[in-house]
Design a protein around this ligand. Structure first.
Ligand SMILES: [Zn+2]
Ligand SMILES: [Zn+2]
Length: 192
């Protein structure tokens, strides 16, 4: 079943809720991840709280298009499936440009199932969806798990966001995050 993810408005940058923007959370000692293509620090896009854990999504913003940011395997993006407990803000790398580390705005992403009927869904921007089937813009690109090689399960679909100044950059397209719960693996890809 597909559940819509709706814009929940501004939220604290380290809030332990589903959100776009802000700072990533990770187990104590986690280092800020880097792009495998250009070695620069990745931009933190979003974290989504799932039954299986907390999905953290990153993408390279140093050289748009040149690190194959859309690919589930090229290393220009990163998806991590983290255990839900004991997460703390990941320290920001020294001297890094905040523009390439984050989106500039922090917005809660609320499940339509959790929004009271009085408040929604009218008037809230759709940020994406949880579960169900991916709404591929192009072709079915379901990735195979890098650990067990079986097809991964679709977890989250994301749109760029309602504010173009602070939006995620999916080439005006949509992003798709998949997980393999058994292996604890996650991938991000996008299509436009
Ligand atoms: Zn890069
Ligand atoms: Zn697997």
């Amino acid at each position: 079943m597909t559940t819509l993810l709706l814009d929940g408005g501004p939220v604290a940058p380290d809030a332990p809720v589903s959100r776009t923007g802000g700072v990533p959370l990770g187990p104590a000692g986690t280092l800020w991840p880097v792009c495998r293509a250009c070695a620069g620090p990745l931009q933190f896009l979003a974290q989504i709280v799932l039954d299986a854990g907390v999905l953290a999504l990153f993408m390279c913003a140093h050289r748009p298009g040149r690190c194959e940011q859309w690919s589930p395997s090229a290393g220009g993006n990163l998806a991590l499936l983290l255990p839900a407990g004991g997460l703390v803000p990941v320290p920001v790398p020294r001297g890094a440009d905040p523009q390439v580390l984050g989106l500039g705005a922090v917005r809660a992403a609320v499940s339509a199932a959790d929004v009271s009927s009085a408040a929604a869904p009218e008037g809230r921007a759709v940020l994406g969806s949880l579960g169900g089937e991916p709404d591929w813009l192009q072709y079915d690109e379901t990735p195979d798990c890098p650990a067990c090689a079986r097809p991964m399960g679709f977890a989250v679909g994301l749109r760029e966001g309602p504010d173009p100044v602070t939006a995620m950059n999916f080439g005006s397209g949509r992003a798709y995050a998949h997980v393999c719960g058994g292996c604890g693996a996650a991938t991000l890809l996008w299509q436009c």
